[in-house]
Design a protein around this ligand. Sequence first.
Ligand code: SAH
Ligand code: DHB
Ligand code: MG
Length: 222
Amino acid sequence: MGGVQPLWNDVDAHLAATLLPADPVLEHILATSAEAGLPAIQVSPLQGRLLQLLVRLCGARSILEVGTLGGYSTTWLARGLAPGGRVVTLENDPHHAEVARANLAAAGLTDVVEVRLGAALETLPQLEAPFDLVFVDADKQSGPDYLRWALRLTVPGSVVVVDNVVRGGAVVDAASTDPNIVGVRRLLDMVATEPRLDATALQTVGAKGYDGFLLALVVDPD
Ligand code: SAH
Ligand code: DHB
Ligand code: MG
């Protein structure tokens, strides 16, 4: 895998330079997040663009994000909304939430995005459903819990996206005791047996290494 990472980086950079316009606000968010010491684990620019396109493709007007970090993916999601749309994003770390709030203000999104500070499993029960799109991207061991909440907080036609479902390929390791891997594997098993979800997963390579997204449509159970 190590041998191809430089090529993945080059291709990611080429695709981003070719397809994505320069964006000072998004670059500012990356810079302030790095300066504030946040881990550089936000979605890549091309992945952010995918999130924005998914929001537009499904015409989402209300979005829930679990795991804000510095507000980078939040900004991509919010920018896909039609006027009047809203994002609620959940973040457990006060420092991350503070950086995100400043970044979202710099992006002109203060009135569009609400950052809720607290452990997601404590803030999720307070939310007003339904959401048209849910992006799950917080701690991986709680993935199954977040999926259960996503199902409670959505309706048929809603879209659920889960980041980091491949984890460098570790997802295939049935013997893994890593709570992150166990969490991802349980989440996938739940999706497989859930009649209210039609789902797929896509492996991704690029600046973020080797990982993947789960994409699911909430449907009427039959
Ligand atoms: N979605 C972001 C990246 C999120 S990184 C982006 O792509 O830009 C994961 C975030 O989830 C971190 O900021 C971490 O602090 C937060 N997190 C971890 N456990 C959490 C929990 N229990 N509740 C809410 N947020 C949590
Ligand atoms: C990690 C978390 C993420 O959400 C991600 O996209 C990549 C890595 C992590 O916790 O290591
Ligand atoms: Mg992620």
